[in-house]
Design a protein around this ligand. Structure first.
Ligand code: GUN
Length: 300
């Protein structure tokens, strides 16, 4: 069997154009422009690339984009002051603090100070609790993107066996909650899981989110299963020339693609969906803040 390749780049473009349509309508019908603020502390090169890309795509869908770039040695007090100002700003509907933060800043405290209604990352403890109890919340962007692709592939996820490999707060745990919300039978596997290959072999849906290059081989995959690869790992690529690097996922694409029913590639799978879902969440937050109906298909 050769797996269908799930094209996340094309999917994300569709999501962004849906968002752009809603944004245009909000402007014409209600004179509202959704605003997204991104706060970046320090000069981590990968974070700078993400933030630039977020800013560009935010403007492209017609939203108001604000960036706060703060020095690496910014104090917690000064960072919280920026967040409180954004919380109070009616032109801002979504706030994202780029992680990781420099070591001297307490991430839980910082995230905890974002107004939960504007927490477009879905990291605030009250959004985590709402998601866990099946209530309306802001949903973390990467798991939301994975869920959209799975729903699109399967239609209904009800009754399917899902294994999430990885238990991070950003991906693994919220992904498991979302799959449970769609009535999957969910297993969360992690570094202490016994007999991981057999656990994965039971799954109709495998979501790999551990951050370990190509750790899931094809012979762990049940024939026909759908494999969602959240990993983005940079590894040496001597076949491209000396010192060259390439991006790979947490899944060994070549062997899994021979067995799975469908699979997301890296790059071009889950990655582009994250920013598309950030924009979708910003739109959702804007609608909620203004008591307007939420966009269909762009929220859980
Ligand atoms: N750093 C890496 N991924 C993310 C994300 O989804 N949100 C935030 N805030 N920071 C990140």
């Amino acid at each position: 069997m050769t797996a269908q390749i799930i094209n996340g780049k094309a999917f994300a473009e569709r999501v962004r154009s849906q968002v752009a349509e809603h944004v245009a309508r909000l402007k014409v019908d209600h004179a509202i422009v959704p605003g997204l603020a991104v706060v970046l502390v320090g000069e981590d090169p990968a974070s700078q690339v993400y933030v630039r890309s977020k800013g560009k795509l935010t403007v492209e869908v017609g939203m108001h984009s604000v960036e706060h770039k703060l020095d690496a040695d910014t104090s917690e007090t000064d960072l919280l002051a920026v967040i409180n100002k954004l919380n109070a700003d009616p032109a801002i509907h979504g706030i994202l603090v780029q992680l990781p933060l420099p070591k001297h800043l307490n991430e839980d405290l910082v995230i905890g100070n974002i107004d939960p209604v504007k927490d477009v990352d879905g990291f605030h403890i009250s959004n985590v609790g709402l998601l866990g109890t099946g209530q309306k919340s802001m949903v973390p962007c990467t798991p939301l993107g994975c869920l959209m692709m799975l729903r699109d592939h399967f239609g209904s996820l009800s009754g399917r066996d899902a294994v999430v490999i990885g238990r991070s707060n950003i991906v693994g745990k919220p992904m498991a909650q979302l799959l449970l919300g769609d009535s999957c039978t969910v297993t969360i596997a992690h570094s202490r899981t016994k007999n991981l290959p057999d656990v994965v072999r039971r799954a109709d849906i495998v979501v790999a989110a551990v951050g370990r290059a190509e750790m899931v081989p094809g012979d762990w995959i049940k024939p026909g299963a759908v494999v969602i690869d959240v990993g983005i790992n940079r590894i040496p690529a001597p076949e491209k020339g000396e010192g060259k690097m390439k991006l790979v996922g947490d899944v060994d694409f070549a062997s899994c693609a021979g067995i799975a029913g469908a699979i997301t590639p890296v790059p071009g799978g889950v990655g582009p969906m994250t920013i598309a879902c950030l924009l979708a969440n910003t739109l959702t937050a804007t609608c909620r803040a203004n008591n307007l109906p939420e966009p269909e298909g762009l929220t859980v």
